[in-house]
Design a protein around this ligand. Structure first.
Ligand code: ADP
Length: 260
């Protein structure tokens, strides 16, 4: 019991005897701490854009005669901060929804080629011609939640684009293997140092906060990926070398394949 926190109660029993009841509260305290951390991080993340918006509103009310170009520049900055708050709140809601539906997974058959072609189209739109993006789709259709799988795979592809400089290459692959179907995103971008890799799926964990903000990251993408994969009995493997690139692999179990 050395690493556990126990709470003991003494309850009177017959014949003036007593019973000692102990509760192990280690796990509930850990969950409480995670909740408190989440709220503290979320508040901090929301406070920065709010401060910017309030600052510009104050300028607008104190200086009503500001020239139009300056006013338009302030409006643009406020709208960017508003969008950032919206992305954050949406990602927080997605995470909360995923957690509260712990055992409820509505599955349907997923047309993987259709889904991956949609994801590829969105990737081209986000990259706006700055990267070479390819798709190699050889794997089978699977059974799962289309919305959740779309959100997880899109997050991985979006990250590859965000963390790969201009002219970089991103390969998306969907293949089958004896251990089950596999989704791969390989980029030749900035890469990740080994000491960060095991923490990437923690909420709000970012290797470089300012870079993540610049690229519109919320720090919740990989936490969402982790939850979706857990719900589909899939695993995430990350291989990365700083300044050379990263490989994110999702290994699904064989049972997820829809029999032909
Ligand atoms: P964010 O919204 O900041 O991208 P994520 O949870 O999606 O948050 O990712 C967490 C962190 O992992 C990122 O801030 C980034 O530092 C790192 N990361 C994720 N994907 C990649 C990648 N393909 N290449 C380099 N770093 C990455």
């Amino acid at each position: 019991f050395r690493d556990r926190k126990l709470i003991a109660h003494i309850i009177p029993f017959e014949n003036r005897r007593q019973i000692l009841v102990t509760h192990d509260v280690t796990e509930s305290e850990r969950i409480d701490m995670m909740r408190r951390d989440f709220i503290a991080n979320a508040s901090h993340e929301l406070r920065t854009p709010l401060t910017v918006i309030n600052g510009f509103l104050e300028i607008a009310s104190l200086q009503p005669d500001l020239d139009i170009p300056t006013r338009n520049a302030h409006l643009k900055l406020m709208s960017e901060q508003g969008e950032r708050m919206q992305r954050l709140v949406e990602d927080m809601l997605t995470l909360t929804r995923l957690e509260s539906m712990d055992h409820l997974l509505r599955t349907e058959s997923i047309n993987m080629r259709g889904l991956l072609e949609q994801i590829l189209q969105e990737a081209h739109a986000l990259s706006a011609g700055r990267h070479k993006i390819t798709l190699d789709c050889q794997g089978p259709d699977i059974r799962g939640s289309t919305d959740e799988i779309r959100s997880a795979l899109t997050n991985l592809v979006t990250n590859a684009i965000r963390y790969t400089p201009e002219h970089g290459e991103i390969q998306i692959q969907w293949c089958n293997a004896p251990q089950g179907p596999k989704f791969l995103v390989i980029d030749n971008g900035i890469g990740i140092s080994p000491e960060h890799i095991s923490r990437l799926t923690e909420r709000f964990y970012r290797v470089d906060k300012s870079r993540s903000r610049e690229t519109q990251g919320t720090g919740l993408g990989l936490a969402i990926v982790k939850h979706v994969l857990l719900r589909h009995n899939a695993n995430l493997f990350i291989d990365s070398v700083p300044d050379q690139g990263s490989k994110f692999a999702v290994q699904f179990p064989p049972a997820i394949v829809i029999d032909a």
